[in-house]
Ligand binder design. Structure first.
Ligand SMILES: Nc1ncnc2c1ncn2[C@@H]1O[C@H](COP(=O)(O)OP(=O)(O)O)[C@@H](O)[C@H]1O
Ligand SMILES: [Mg+2]
Length: 354
């Protein structure tokens, strides 16, 4: 749960403080007033990363060279924590002198610098916005990112495995390249094979656990029953051996969780191929509800639900479902108008002006 945030030079905000109720907060403001930016800042406190920016320094206000997000969070079991994220462009101008070098990112918990894997997971969120429709219809990388976002919140070892796996993958691909060019022997692969198999198996195991968990949940949305099929790419010594020649030819690692995917189904049929737009939307909502349940099951905490501008896309009955869900944990909703405010319980308005 988040009590309050303070933004400095984050996107369009110069200096901004916001307090959040444990109930529902409704952030109201015209287009481009910074509603999504606020949710992005909360996501940053949760994960130590941006969900939008490809280059992290994009979150720094155009005219500045350093930005800061601070937040006070509290869980039902944990004490209050002060989280702070600072992002720079790599240097800071101090007065008239020459620009000074600065770390690009600093993450702190209670004022103490922490690594990403120790910073993340202190503030648990489930974020839902219009872009999540891509989960059904777009490329596998979006679905893998979803799996990582869920699992990374509740599992420090998963956070470590992902970082180690991704680093190892880049190294191994470089070695494959060197072997192909005749600049390295096959023995150079052994270390990286072991590292990828070890971390890759952990990732696969946890992803499978999550997908099993959500397939065993009993809830339906509008009497629609959804499920996921895990399309996994297992990594093992024998699989690496099997694809060895091909991998050297392509200079790319061809098996492993970086090639995973899952299929969204309504009943026995693929939602991407056969579902209506409305059914796909309900499928994504179902997935987000499952995410809330999973995080609660693993951590004993209900995460904060962040809903970005989703009411405009929902019709009456579907809005009721969301209103009902909003009442079950701290929820922060953004919207251009407040015609839904009356349906929400324990709601506090936060107004933004452009
Ligand atoms: N780094 C930045 N510095 C200053 N303004 C920014 C930066 N990044 C985005 N913006 C501004 O933020 C606004 C968009 O904010 P957003 O949160 O998407 O609005 P809303 O969700 O309320 O429609 C745009 O006007 C954009 O120009
Ligand atoms: Mg927006």
């Amino acid at each position: 749960m988040i009590d309050a945030i303070k933004l400095q030079n984050f996107r369009n905000f110069g200096s901004k403080k916001i307090e959040f109720t444990p109930g529902t907060s409704l952030i109201i403001g015209p287009n481009a007033s910074g509603k999504t930016n606020i949710l992005e800042s909360l996501y940053f406190l949760s994960t130590g990363k941006s969900f939008k920016a490809n280059v992290e320094e994009e979150i720094i206000n155009y005219d500045k060279d350093i930005c800061r997000v601070e937040g006070r969070v509290a869980g039902p079991k944990t004490e209050t924590l002060d989280l702070e994220a600072i992002v720079t462009r790599g240097q800071i101008n101090i007065g008239a002198g020459r620009p000074e070098k600065a770390p690009r990112k600093k993450l702190l918990v209670n004022g103490i610098p922490r690594r990403m894997i120790d910073f993340a997971g202190n503030f648990k969120i489930v974020l839902f916005g219009p872009w999540d429709m891509d989960l059904v219809t777009e490329s596998p990388s979006i679905r893998r990112k979803f799996l990582d976002t869920v699992l990374a919140q509740v599992d420090r070892e998963y956070r470590r495995s992902i970082l180690s796996y991704e680093k190892g993958l880049r190294q191994r691909n470089r070695v494959l390249w060197d072997i192909r060019e005749g600049n390295a022997g096959h023995d150079r692969l052994l270390f990286w094979n072991q590292l990828l198999v070890k971390n890759g198996n952990y990732i696969t195991e946890k992803r499978e656990e999550f997908i099993d968990f959500i397939n065993n949940l009993e809830f339906e949305i509008n009497s629609l029953k959804f499920n996921l099929t895990y399309d996994k790419s297992v990594i093992s010594e024998s699989r690496l051996e099997q694809y060895g020649q091909e991998e050297i030819g392509a200079a790319i690692t061809l098996v492993g969780p970086h090639r995973d995917d899952f299929v969204f189904n309504k009943g026995e049929r693929s939602l991407a191929s056969f579902g209506s737009r409305g059914e796909q939307r309900m499928g994504v909502l179902w997935l987000k509800m499952a995410e809330l349940s999973f995080i609660e099951d693993k951590s004993g905490e209900r995460s904060t639900l962040l809903l970005d501008d989703i009411f405009s896309e929902l019709d009456g009955p579907h809005r009721e479902i969301v209103v009902d869900i909003a009442g079950r944990q701290q929820t922060i909703i953004t919207s251009v108008n407040d015609e839904f405010a009356k349906d929400l319980k324990k709601v506090e308005r936060i107004e933004l002006i452009r």
